[in-house]
Design a binder for this molecule. Structure first.
Ligand SMILES: O=C(O)CCC(=O)C(=O)O
Length: 186
């Protein structure tokens, strides 16, 4: 039987993602030298496919189940805000801790499309997961997360070796308000 709290499972609990153990398993997910250089030059890298369509469908379905505050594992969220927006006209769903609750969000942490890229971008190091986080901004009345810089309080490693992996579960386009990057001066 599966653990109630998937934080107690230190291995994938489903076959949603390809298992990668040996070096050769990770090969298809390897970033190119140009991609790594782009990251180091500009501070970001885009267009990395982390999930396929079927995996996105699973995660969306899991999310719609656990977004219900009466979900039996609701207590496992570290944070859960149905609406964190300061404007009553808009909605900003925000939660942390999905990886403890459903197989898809849990096993995504072992997804080689994510772990291989993260490891390479951090200089071919072993990687450690810090936290997951989910925002939902519904069409036409989505709330806003203001511009901010997280790195000032990300002091878990010395020297600083943190990475954010932003993944869209909806189509994110210029028209509907996708993520924007501000280029740092090299
Ligand atoms: O996606 C967002 O709206 C905000 C993301 C964010 O705050 C973060 O990754 O730290």
């Amino acid at each position: 039987m599966q653990e109630r709290d998937l934080a107690d499972c230190h291995f994938p609990v489903s076959d949603i993602f390809k298992r990668a153990i040996s070096k050769i398993d990770f090969e298809p997910f390897k970033l190119s030298v140009e991609q790594i250089e782009h990251f180091h030059h500009f501070g970001y890298l885009t267009n990395i496919q982390i999930f396929d369509e079927q995996q996105v469908a699973i995660l969306r379905s899991e999310l719609s189940e656990i977004a219900d505050p009466s979900h039996p594992k609701h207590d496992l969220f570290y944070e859960f805000h149905n609406n964190q927006s300061t404007d009553p006209e808009t909605v900003l769903f925000h939660s942390l801790g999905h990886w403890r609750i459903t197989p898809g969000f849990h096993d995504a942490l072992w997804n080689p499309a994510f772990t291989k890229a993260a490891s390479q971008l951090l200089g071919d190091k072993s990687i450690r997961f810090w936290h997951d986080q989910l925002f939902c901004k519904p069409a036409n009345h989505g709330g806003v997360v203001a511009w901010h810089q997280d790195y000032s309080y990300w002091i878990r490693t010395m020297p600083m070796q943190h990475l954010t992996c932003w993944i869209g579960l909806d189509d994110a386009t210029t028209e509907n308000g996708c993520l924007n990057y501000i280029l740092r001066q090299p």
